[in-house]
Structures are given as C-alpha cells and as structure tokens.
Design a protein around this ligand. Structure first.
Ligand SMILES: NC(=O)c1ccc[n+]([C@@H]2O[C@H](COP(=O)([O-])OP(=O)(O)OC[C@H]3O[C@@H](n4cnc5c(N)ncnc54)[C@H](OP(=O)(O)O)[C@@H]3O)[C@@H](O)[C@H]2O)c1
Length: 320
C-alpha cells in the first residue's frame, strides 16, 4: 500500500532506455540506494555500487538477475578519505565516462559518545558531506567530459527543522570539537551542508553541462538507524501507521530517479527536490515538490555555501 500523495516518476521517463550510460551510487547495498540502483539497472544503465561492505553489495545485487543493465561493486568507505582516492583511481582506470553520480550514503549515530571518521570529522557530516565532497570533486573532470551529466546528493527533510529551530552549519565548529554533541543536531547540520554544496557546485559548474541537485527521498522503510534501540522501538511503535506515513524503498528512490532522468531537471541546477513527507514541520511543504524551495533560509544562503566550500577544500586536503 502506498501513501496517497507519493510523487512518482512519469511513465515516459520510466520507459527511457539508458543502455550505455554509467552511474555511481554510494550506499547502493541497502535501502534507498539499492532501489535507486535497481531502477537504473532495470532501464539498462550500468551502475557502480560504491559500498563500504562489498560482500553485502554483491549479495543485494543478486536480485538484479534478469534486468537489462549491469553493475559492478567497488569498495568505498566515506568515513575514510584515504579510501576515496583509490576508489576514484580504480573507477577512472576502468571507465572513461560518468553520466551521473548519486551521493546517497548517509547515517545518523546513536551512541552517547561522538563518533568520528578516520580524519576526525563527526561521523554524520563526515560521511554525508566531507566524504561525498572529496568524491565529487575528484570526479568533476570526468563528469564534465561526459556532459550532459548530473550529480544528485541525498539530504533529508530534517535539514528543514521548524520555524522555531532552523538548523545551520556552524562554520567555526563543523565537527563538534568545542560544542556539546547532539546526534540529531549533527545529522541535521550534515544535511544542511549537502543542500548548500549542491547549490554552490551548481553555480561553479554553470555552462559546463553538469548539473547538481539535492534530494529528500521520503520516510523510507530502509535500514536507516540500523539496529539501535531507539530505531527498534520506533519501528515497533510505528507498525499501525507505517503504510500511511512511510514509504517503501522503491517509493523513496523516485525523487533521485526523477533527478537523474527527467528532461527538465537541468533547468533547475542547484535546487532541492523533495518527496511528499509528513515529517515537514512546515505544513505547506508536506506535498513535497520536484523542485521545491527549502523552508530553511540557512539552506538557501549562498554566502554560507561559499564559505563552507572554501573551508572544506582545506579540510579534505584539496587545492582550489
Ligand atoms: N530512511 C529515511 O527515512 C531517510 C529520510 C531522509 C533521508 N535519508 C537519507 O537517505 C540516504 C539513504 O539512507 P537509507 O534510508 O537508504 O538508509 P540505509 O538503508 O541505512 O542505507 C544507508 C547506506 O549508506 C551506507 N553507508 C553508511 N556509512 C557509510 C560509509 N562510511 N561509507 C560508505 N557507505 C556508507 C550504508 O552502508 P552499510 O550497509 O554498510 O551500513 C548503506 O548502504 C541517507 O543519506 C539518509 O540520510 C533517509
């Protein structure tokens, strides 16, 4: 059963033959990433499944048997920047084009202690933003060479917050080195960072034929939150309401698929695209929109976006 107002990719887009096109999807072994991959493979695409657990990806990909396109699993741990460069090197050795990059992987942590990536970034922003930033920047040349091409980065409704509390990136302390750690605040800030990055990169890539967008996929019945106690309790409590407010992973993959394949998306480079979602605290946003305006002014601030990106170059060890 689907919620009544799920946004679905239109039939023409779903019947496009994308044989010969090459995609990278991060976090492709599970949830929204797995279903995004399946939909691309179904239409003939070749997807590089960029995953930190290659065995899990190979296992998940067994379910693609009989679909028109193909896939290859390659190891990528976004919590370790030293894993990003070898991934890109291997990709560039094997492929000379990239039609789209889907920066989908992400997580929220649940321990009381802050978790950090190998480089010391707070884990949620480290994976969703810093890891994807380095990956994207290292792939920009091949994306440009393959233009028209696209980069889709997965954010969350959580970036929007509420009228009383709009999350923002803290440019003086992106990684909670001095502030008191809060896992939900960290996740929200990570998802503001990716909306800002899509916006800034779109501006930088104007005229190149490469477009970038950010996405809220919906409330997916994925493995998000893993087996943490909080998530297990929430899943049990949610059982009666699940069909009315949450989405299957296929439904949650619709927004990314639309952004990857729909003809008019290049007219909206830098924009935020959202599945409908009861989770918006701003009621007027609940129908979602492809694209829609984020209700969070902090996620629309180009000045913050530029400062964030300049800082990130230094933090991930890239020259501008
Ligand atoms: N579920 C929702 O309702 C919801 C709502 C809004 C936004 N989102 C976003 O949607 C995206 C997909 O999440 P999902 O719901 O599909 O959850 P999921 O089933 O838990 O999938 C998350 C994926 O990210 C991967 N990942 C985590 N850390 C990684 C790392 N260090 N390196 C590489 N990959 C890593 C996971 O790999 P492992 O399997 O190895 O852990 C998994 O493949 C995330 O960005 C999430 O923030 C989800």
């Amino acid at each position: 059963m689907s919620r009544s107002n799920v946004l679905w990719v239109d039939k023409n887009t779903l019947s496009k033959d994308i044989s010969g096109k090459v995609y990278i999807v991060t976090g492709a072994n599970s949830g929204v990433g797995l279903e995004t991959t399946r939909l691309l493979v179904k239409q003939g695409g070749h997807v590089i499944m960029a995953c930190r657990r290659p065995d899990a990806a190979e296992e998940a990909a067994k379910s693609f048997t009989g679909l028109k396109g193909g896939y290859e699993v390659m190891k990528l741990d976004l919590a370790d920047l030293q894993s990003v460069r070898p991934f890109v090197d291997e990709f560039l050795r094997k492929y000379d084009k990239l039609d789209a990059l889907v920066c989908n992987a992400g997580l929220v942590t649940f321990g009381s202690e802050i978790e950090r990536t190998k480089e010391g970034f707070e884990m949620a922003i480290g994976v969703s933003y810093f890891g994807h930033f380095l990956l994207t920047e290292l792939l920009l040349d091949v994306l440009k060479k393959s233009a028209p091409s696209r980069m889709v980065i997965v954010s969350s409704v959580v970036h929007a917050g509420s009228k009383q509390n709009r999350p923002n990136v803290d440019l003086d302390d992106l990684n909670f080195n001095t502030r008191k750690f809060n896992n939900f605040a960290a996740y929200a800030e990570a998802k503001v960072a990716v909306v800002l990055y899509a916006m800034e990169l779109a501006k930088r890539l104007e005229g190149t034929g490469v477009i970038t967008v950010s996405v809220h996929p919906g409330w997916a019945r994925s493995n998000f939150g893993g087996n943490s106690l909080v998530m297990r309790i929430m899943r049990v409590m949610m059982v009666p309401l699940r069909p009315f407010i949450t989405d299957s992973n296929e439904e949650a993959a619709q927004t990314s698929l639309h952004c990857l394949l729909f003809d008019d998306v290049p007219d909206h480079s830098g924009a935020y695209f959202s599945q409908s979602s009861v989770l918006y605290r701003d009621k007027e946003c609940r129908n979602g929109g492809w694209p829609m305006t984020s209700p969070n002014p902090n996620a629309r601030n180009m000045d913050t976006a530029k400062k964030l990106v300049n800082l990130t170059y230094e933090l991930v060890g890239l020259n501008k």
